[in-house]
Ligand binder design. Sequence first.
Ligand code: SAM
Length: 278
Amino acid sequence: MHQPTVAPSSVPVGVDTTRASIARVYDAALNGKDNYEVDREVLRQVATVAPQVKDLAWSNRNFLTRACRFLAGQAGITQYLDCGSGLPTAENTHQVVQRLQPDARVLYIDNDPVVLAHGRALLQENDQTLFISADIFDPDEVLGTPEVREFLDFDQPIAVIQNGTLHHYLGEDSTELMQQYVDAVVPGSYTVIAHFLDPQTPEHSEIARKMEEKFTHSPMGSGVFRTYEQIRAMFPGQELIEPGLVLCDEWWPDGPRVTPLNQVEECIAGAVGRKLPA
Ligand code: SAM
């Protein structure tokens, strides 16, 4: 299938209430209030093939929270570039990391106007958090933005977060995209990625493909389920922190599992990478 080289999400939908937006659909999945009927309809369409579709969002978000706790608590990271922040919700990145590293600086980026309006009001709650509008799939734009260079010290380790974003990137080469971010940071920096997964198993591949079909043909327009191999390639020049690239729910869970993962939870994976010395 021919895929456009520019992700549709590089062109924000604006505040058009007749078009679905990634941020608002995600907010609806997390039971937020900042979404419209057109956004909820996307979830209803996907739910016809995967009734537990909202668990994709919960697995993604809970992984982000645990990864941030690891970065601030264990790795001692004090600088965060959160690409595609999403609408404010409970436990935003700066709240998680500043609880453990009170001086941590968090730079949020998004291109959705609704996210920007709410984000500026709610996420920028202290001097160590900043919100800017940029295209996260254009690293030159992000890394060339003067506020980014002024706010973060690129001579010190930075955590680059692409959580729940790259499955909306329809360009040819997400490795090259991530390479540009990795090249910009010093060794000892980290990358966090959560991504829709085609686990390539007889039990779960079919549902992944069906969800992809529904997402890409919905008014939201994207949601690619890539393989472990394709997602691993998004960590160029990095070692993966244990346990490596695994289902989001299996990356350092908060405790023992008492119920099996459902089919949807088998279709989203995540990892944390650390940049190796040259
Ligand atoms: N990272 C958050 C999390 O894991 O909870 C939110 C994930 S949400 C599914 C994806 C976010 O990426 C949305 O807020 C959307 O607006 C943003 N996004 C998608 N494409 C983007 C682009 N090209 N530039 C900037 N932000 C983008």
